[in-house]
Write a protein of this length. Structure first.
Length: 403
């Protein structure tokens, strides 16, 4: 589905076709990415191997982001935007062939017990209406009937979703899973973290283009350091820290580094320099995210029963996407409002844009403060992976017949 939708995006000749194809692409991407972590923890139940596997997963995700940033800018500039979708086709075909060859078949319960389609419709509707209300607030105002009305509608749908999940025979998200403090806390932390980071990528790119005059290829290259650092730390270093000190002890300093990077980003200026103002902030964010992502994913999957691994994996993916979407909507709207007010008062366009971006980065840093608070208050440390391995090795062996 993702591959077919990518082809449709590449061939789109109107906004309507492109948006519809992007929606289908999102569905295909969700079906794929939602199960990956669940497959990893099922295939690698031993703590040490699981930490390494999650680190590799984080590295691959970051490497894909790095290549995408660079290749997307280069392809757009050299050919046109259609090819950033068409280039997905050979990658997706190779991935599909490898998946068929190397991944074992497993059995789900299918649709025989019913699918929670009403629950899915309620939560998707709540999120889409909520994002719409936030984005349109820049035109109608935060206190307008339009914003408040759609915001209330989103809240009502969200309440309806919770009520539905508490009563459905086969709920989309069984509410009992949130009894796990680590799972709940890790997902909240991730949502707050990516909300701030998505703002950095989106608004940071606009700052480089609209204020510093970078072209699309230069923007892609400019963001390579942060994604490269994330990938490098995720591949081995973060997993070793998780095993030695525990996921929480690794997560909190990582969140502090991300927050410090966003705070530093808020000091950008109209006549700023990439090397002195942007790159140091990116390095801090990259280090923090490289430590945080594997840790928060490990915490979110800790203690999850094998039959709920897919559900927990889906939650991790959902909070990643929802946190990014809502956070970006809020930060972009606040930035736009600030810029518009300054332009209307006679401020120059570059100065107004920069001030709007500064405000967004300050709010992003505040979101990371909230993430740190949740991590400290909600998440439990538990034994390190190394201690878990040692405890498992110390247990007396028993035969399969005795079991």
């Amino acid at each position: 589905m993702f591959t077919a939708a990518s082809l449709a995006c590449g061939l789109a000749d109107s906004q309507t076709v492109l948006v519809a194809a992007r929606f289908a692409q999102g569905v295909g991407g969700a079906l794929t990415s939602a199960v990956i972590l669940g497959m990893i923890v099922t295939m690698f139940p031993e703590p040490g191997e699981q930490a390494k596997a999650i680190g590799v997963y984080s590295f691959v995700a970051s490497a894909g982001g790095s290549i995408g940033l660079l290749a997307g800018g280069a392809i757009t500039q050299a050919i046109n935007w259609h090819w950033i979708f068409i280039v997905n086709l050979p990658i997706a075909v190779v991935t599909g062939v490898l998946a068929l060859r190397y991944l074992q078949r497993d059995q789900g319960m299918g649709f025989s017990k019913g699918a929670d389609l009403p629950g899915a419709a309620l939560i998707v509707g709540a999120l889409m209406i909520g994002v719409y209300a936030i984005v349109e607030a820049s035109d109608y105002g935060w206190a307008s009937a339009h914003t408040l009305g759609f915001g209330a509608g989103a809240v009502a749908l969200l309440i309806g979703f919770v009520l539905r999940e508490s009563r459905a025979a086969q709920p989309l998200v069984p509410l009992r899973i949130f009894r796990s403090r680590n799972l709940t806390g890790a997902n909240v932390v991730q949502a707050l973290m990516v909300a701030g980071m998505y703002g950095m990528f989106f608004l940071g790119a606009l700052y480089l283009q609209k204020v510093l005059g970078f072209d699309s290829l230069e923007v892609g290259i400019a963001f390579l350091p942060v994604t490269a650092i994330i990938g490098t730390l995720s591949l081995g270093f973060s997993a070793k820290l998780n095993m030695r000190f525990g996921a929480k002890a690794t997560l909190v300093p990582g969140l502090v580094a991300v927050g410090a990077g966003l705070a530093l980003f808020s000091q950008i200026s109209v006549d700023g320099s990439y090397w002195s103002e942007v790159l140091p902030a990116m390095v801090l964010v990259g280090i923090g995210a490289g430590l945080s992502f594997p840790s928060v994913m490990t915490l979110a999957m800790t203690g999850v029963r094998p039959e709920e691994a897919g559900l927990a994996s889906g939650l991790v993916n959902t909070t990643l996407q929802v946190g990014g979407a809502l956070g970006l909507a809020v930060l972009a709207t606040l930035s736009t409002n600030r810029t518009t007010d300054l332009v209307n008062s006679g401020e120059g366009s570059h100065a107004a844009l920069t001030s709007g971006y500064q405000l967004a980065f300050v709010v992003g840093a505040g979101l990371l403060v909230g993430a740190i608070a949740v991590a400290l208050a909600v998440i439990r440390s538990g034994p390190t992976s190394a201690e878990a391995v040692a405890a498992a090795e110390a247990e007396p062996a028993f035969s399969s017949e005795a079991a």
